[in-house]
Design a protein around this ligand. Sequence first.
Ligand SMILES: Cc1cc2nc3c(=O)[nH]c(=O)nc-3n(C[C@H](O)[C@H](O)[C@H](O)COP(=O)(O)OP(=O)(O)OC[C@H]3O[C@@H](n4cnc5c(N)ncnc54)[C@H](O)[C@@H]3O)c2cc1C
Length: 423
Amino acid sequence: MLGDLHVEILIIGGGPAGLAAAVAAKNAGVQDILIVERDRMLGGILNQCIHNGFGLHTFREELTGPEYAARFIARVKELEIPYLLNTMVMSVGSDRTVTLMGRETGVKKIKADAVILAMGCRERPRGALSIPGYRPAGIYTAGTAQRLMNIEGYSIGKRAVILGSGDIGLIMARRLTLEGAEVLAVAELMPYSGGLKRNIVQCLNDYGIPLLLSHTVVDIRGKERVSGVTIAEVDEKRNPIPGTEQDYECDTLLLSCGLLPENELTRMTNASLSTVTGGAVVNDRLQTDIPGIFACGNVLHVHDLVDYVSEEAALAGENAAAYVKGAGAASGDPEQIRIETEGGVRYTVPQQIDIRNMRDEITLRFRVADVYKDKTIAVYKGEEKLYSRRTRVLAPGEMEQVKLTREKLGDFAPGEVLKITLE
Ligand SMILES: Cc1cc2nc3c(=O)[nH]c(=O)nc-3n(C[C@H](O)[C@H](O)[C@H](O)COP(=O)(O)OP(=O)(O)OC[C@H]3O[C@@H](n4cnc5c(N)ncnc54)[C@H](O)[C@@H]3O)c2cc1C
């Protein structure tokens, strides 16, 4: 497989993004594809997500994470797309030379015509850093706890407090409860949850677990093992309010303080990164500003639902296939339309549109900065309103999307921008 050390499309990461990109590229007619995965199995983070709720959009069924992944793994196998397991990509150059290392391959350099970055994300340990107290056993990020319980089969504690209300923290609150542990509270620094509404209802409310908004952990007690934490309310500047401290006796503290796209390799390619998403800046073809380098899934921006990861990654696969056959500009092309955000829209992906090569319809995905009620999502080209949609509630934990057609966008003058806002 690695004989000639050249492939048409090399995909880094065998999670849902990498798998969907590979299937789409193969269906688009590219034969020479290689998926490189550092873990011992394909499927990415979904292997540890044993709860249901996956695939409602893609398959119109409620699947568990491993079931969802299994459907794509089966497609990869049916299509005989080669993949390497236990193999880590160490570097990627802007010339698309990929260095990888694995037990069976040793260190190898492979030149690819196109590279698809699908490395996913990791958890932010930020919440831990500013908490005074010892660092005893019993403090985990929520994803580590999920892996220990669901893959390795360990019980991690009996009485837990969770800091951060991201989806993984919410899901772990329910998981711990079902395993017989007591979850005393989920404390959230912000005045709103970072997770999906459905997860707050199904994972906290259904089990009577309190969600303490505008609260944080201000002390951790215990030397060998966590013996308790102190939670305090915070003011608008997120500083703890003296006198509001409450002690909780517990042996476990889970941190669920957000996810960070894993972009070390992206940086090596010299692709521009967005300071807001933490992922590459891409055009509607999901191509970075380095020709032939595409990005999709959580490495591009953190998604709320895996269905959107699969949809986006399939597009990256199709576009990488088109690229190796000679079509498509990189995102730095000056003739591309830039998308600007304002009025509470934090970012969009893509950030640019390759207007000359765009499809009949594109999807702009974005998140908002705060909880907003009764707002209209509007898209402008200069003074002209191209799109508007009324919404009841918008929240930072939920990804939003707008679909725009080629026909609606019309012609653009060089340097003209598209603006998306809330009003
Ligand atoms: C802990 C956690 C729990 C989640 N729970 C849910 C949930 O309950 N419901 C839901 O809808 N979504 C959930 N998500 C989100 C969902 O799983 C993601 O949207 C989806 O898995 C993202 O797919 P991906 O392929 O982009 O990333 P991943 O699934 O993370 O896959 C990335 C893959 O790339 C591999 N990789 C990374 N770097 C390299 C390298 N250098 N070389 C080789 N391979 C590499 C990794 O090993 C991994 O297999 C969760 C995410 C996390 C992190």
